[in-house]
Design a protein around this ligand. Structure first.
Ligand SMILES: [Zn+2]
Ligand SMILES: [Zn+2]
Length: 269
């Protein structure tokens, strides 16, 4: 859930939303409350491009799953209200049970939300896939997927572009002492692994059925996979800036290129 307070200002309290730029193409992962700020930023860039008469590009938005912390920003994404924007919306966690369009219609409807997606003026396209599918959202960008260990299903992503890659693996749990070999293989030699570090190893036994993992498990997986960089993501809502500073330091002490994610963090690979 979003966690805004004086104690979380520096790392930021918005929920999951990650932008991945591949050349001129923009991929977005998850529509948590952070999506609103990203939308505002994209519209500023669009205004700059308009001045330069640069052709409007398509956006691709991928859902890992639709727990509230990954969808709550969806109705507040400014590019949805721009009729010149084209946006593909992807999900694969509900295979056989639901479709991407239905998921959005179910979320944006009374009594949960006052209006439906018909208020958007952008050109939306709903895309469905199955976990482990390989996707080609735009030319030159390969997106691999895998199923994660989370309640209600969840999908992890790997983006490969121009000889570089990032992995976005959040909302997954682990078994103590038994590394998830599927994730290690999936993230093999990646330039950046973003991972669900909700808990610490010492907290984990009390929360092992919550569907989340620990920042230390993520680091172990990243090192086993020979990942070049590691980003701790999906912080526990009660985690303060001070506590995250400590985690960031501990993570860097073991693997220098580690970060506790903060809002606006940019990592170039
Ligand atoms: Zn979740
Ligand atoms: Zn989540």
């Amino acid at each position: 859930m979003a966690s805004t307070s004086d104690d979380t200002n520096r790392y930021g309290g918005n929920t999951a939303c990650v932008e991945v730029n591949c050349g001129d193409e923009t991929l977005i992962f998850d529509a948590g409350s952070g999506l609103r700020l990203l939308g505002d930023d994209i519209m500023k860039r669009v205004a700059r491009d308009d001045k330069k008469d640069i052709k409007r590009k398509r956006l691709n938005l991928f859902f890992t799953h639709c727990h509230y912390d990954h969808i709550s920003g969806f109705p507040f994404f400014a590019p949805f209200f721009d009729k010149k924007t084209k946006i593909d919306i992807w999900s694969g966690h509900l295979t056989g049970k639901n479709k991407t369009e239905r998921m959005i219609l179910n979320y944006m409807r009374p009594p949960f939300f006052p209006v439906g997606p018909e208020v958007f003026s952008a050109k939306l396209r709903y895309r469905d896939f199955e976990p482990y599918d390989k996707l080609s959202p735009v030319k030159g960008v390969k997106v691999s997927t895998l199923s994660l260990d989370h309640h209600d299903e969840c999908v992890g992503y790997r983006v490969d572009f121009d000889g570089r890659s990032i992995c976005y693996i959040t909302d997954t749990t682990h078994t103590l002492g038994k590394p998830d070999m599927r994730i290690i293989e999936f993230a093999r030699d990646t330039d950046l692994m973003i991972y669900d570090g909700t808990y610490t190893d010492s907290e984990f036994p009390a929360f092992s059925n919550f569907g989340h993992s620990t920042w230390q498990e993520g680091q172990r997986l990243a090192l086993s996979a020979n990942a070049k960089r590691y980003c701790i993501f999906h912080h526990r809502p009660s985690r303060t800036d001070k506590a995250l500073d400590k985690i960031d330091q501990q993570a860097k002490a073991k693997f220098k290129k580690s970060w506790a994610a903060y809002e606006g963090l940019v990592i170039k690979v």
